[in-house]
Design a protein around this ligand. Structure first.
Ligand SMILES: [Zn+2]
Length: 105
């Protein structure tokens, strides 16, 4: 019963970073199908972060938690994205998404 009420971790991230100061992420539903599960639930996380090119905003699937992130390395946005979908423990892409969304340095 308790587990049924638990929200998936990416839904918690969407809710917290999309609604709570000071994260200010604008989660925009792109309408595109997820490359991992096929559900048209992809969200683009538009945010202002140091070194992050807003044309390479992270993508997150609200249905399955798959993410595609262009990491910020040495103050610049990578040209090559990384993909992941494992939240506990977080894989490299999920860890970078969490770092960006929660604005950790
Ligand atoms: Zn998906």
């Amino acid at each position: 019963m308790e587990q049924r009420r638990e929200r998936p971790p990416w839904i918690r991230l969407l809710r917290i970073t999309g609604s709570s100061w000071p994260y200010a992420v604008w989660w925009w539903p792109t309408g595109d199908a997820c490359w991992a599960c096929g559900v048209p639930a992809l969200m683009e996380g538009r945010m202002r972060r140091p070194g992050l090119d807003m044309s390479r905003s992270p993508l997150l699937c609200g249905a399955c938690g798959a993410t595609r992130v262009w990491p910020v390395v040495f103050g610049g946005t990578s040209e090559t994205p990384i993909e992941g979908s494992t939240w506990t423990p977080p894989d490299q892409a999920v860890a970078e998404l969490r770092r960006l969304a929660f604005n950790r340095h």
